[in-house]
Design a protein around this ligand. Sequence first.
Ligand code: FIX
Ligand code: ZN
Length: 420
Amino acid sequence: MQDQDRILSTSELERVVQEVVAATPVTDIHTHLYDARFGELLAWGVDELLTYHYLIAEVMRAEFGRTSPEEFYAMSKKEQADLIWQRLFIGNSPISEACRGPITVLGALGLDVASRDLDEMRQYFADKTPEEYIDQVFELANVKEVVMTNDPFDELEIPVWETGGAGDPRFKAALRLDELVNHWEQTQPILAGRGYDVARDFSGKTCDEVMRFLAEWREKLSPVYMAVSLPDDFAFPADNSQARVIQDAVLPFAAKEDLPFAMMIGVKRGINPRLQMAGDGIMGKADIKAVGYMCANYDDVKFLVTMLSRENQHELCAVARKFPNLMPFGCWWFLNDPSLIDEITRMRIELLGLSFVPQHSDARIVDQLVYKWAHFRNILAKILVEKYGDAMRSGWIPTRAEIRRDVSGLYSDNFWDFVG
Ligand code: FIX
Ligand code: ZN
C-alpha cells in the first residue's frame, strides 16, 4: 500500500469521499431516455422538465377545484409548463423533491433561478440541438451511459429499430416486456398478425414462438437485459397468463441466452386514470415470495429487482443475501426522495456490503440526469463517510484507491459484472 494513499483523518476521509463520489462516472441502468435517432421520443428542455408526470400530479393537487385533469391535458405543453411554474414555483415554494429537481438543473446550467423568469430560461434552450444538449448534460451529470426502455410494441420505436442505423453508443437498449407479459390477451393477436404461431391458451407452438419473437428483438436491439414492471399482487408461480409467459418463455429464454431479467415490482397503473401517466402509483406491498421462488428455482437466470413499496426493501435485501443471482437496484419513483434513499442505501450497505446497484434515475427528460444524480451523490457521500469512519475507528485505514474501486462498483461495475 502506498503511504500517501492511506487516509488518516476524518476530514481527509470526507474530502476524498466527496471528491470520488462526484468524479466517478455513472452507468444509469434504468431510464426512459432515447438517443437522437428516436426524434420526438427524446424529451429535453425546460418545458419538458416542468411537465414531468411527478409535477403534473403535484399541480393537480394544487389546482383542485380550479383546473380539471381534462382541462390541463387539453393545454399546450407551454401552457402546462406555465401553469406548473406559476402554481408550484411562484405561488408556492418549490421544496418537494420533484420541484427541487428543475431548480437544481437550471442552477447547474448557470441560469439565474433567483430571477424566476421562465421565459428568460426558455431562451437558453432555444438555439440548442438535442445532440449538443445531450453531450452537455452527460458531462454535467457525469453520466457515461444510460439504459433506455425499449418497447417492441411501440409504433414510434419499431421503425427506428427496423431502419434506424447506428445509435449513440452511450444509449444501451433494454427489451421491455410489459405488453407481452401483462397484456397477453391484447398482444397475442398482434403477435399472430406479425406471423408468430401463437394461441391465446398457450397451446401448440406458442411458447417456442414467443421465444422466437424474443430472439428476433434481441438481435435488433442487443439489449443489456429484458425488463418488466409488475403489480403488487404479482404471484409466481401462478395460474394466469402473466406467470405463464414468464415461466414458459421469458425465463427459459433468459437462461438459454444468458440475458438478465429485470423486474420492477409493485406498481398499480391507473389509480387515477384522469391523470393519465401521472395517475399510476402504488396501492400496497408486494409479496417477496415470488422473488424468492424465482431465484431459488431459476438459478441459471440473473434477476435485477427493484420494488416500489418501502415495506418490501428489507426483505428484498434479506433474499439477496441468499441468492447471488439476485441484484437489487435503485430507489424507484416514490422512493427516490432523499430521506428514503438515505434509509434504503444504508440498509443495503449494512446487509449486502457493496454488492448492489444503489440507484437509477428513471429520467424521462435528458435534463433530469443532472438533478437525479447530483442529489444521489450527496446522500451517498454522507453514508460512505460514516461507514468508512466506523471502520477507521477500529484501526482499518482505507485508501483512496479502495474508495475509488468501491464507488466505481456502486455506480457502474457491479451492474456490468452482473450482466456480464
Ligand atoms: O415502469 C416504469 O419504468 C416506471 O418507472 C414508470 O412507469 C413511471 O412512470 C416512472 O416514471 C417512475 O419513475
Ligand atoms: Zn421507469
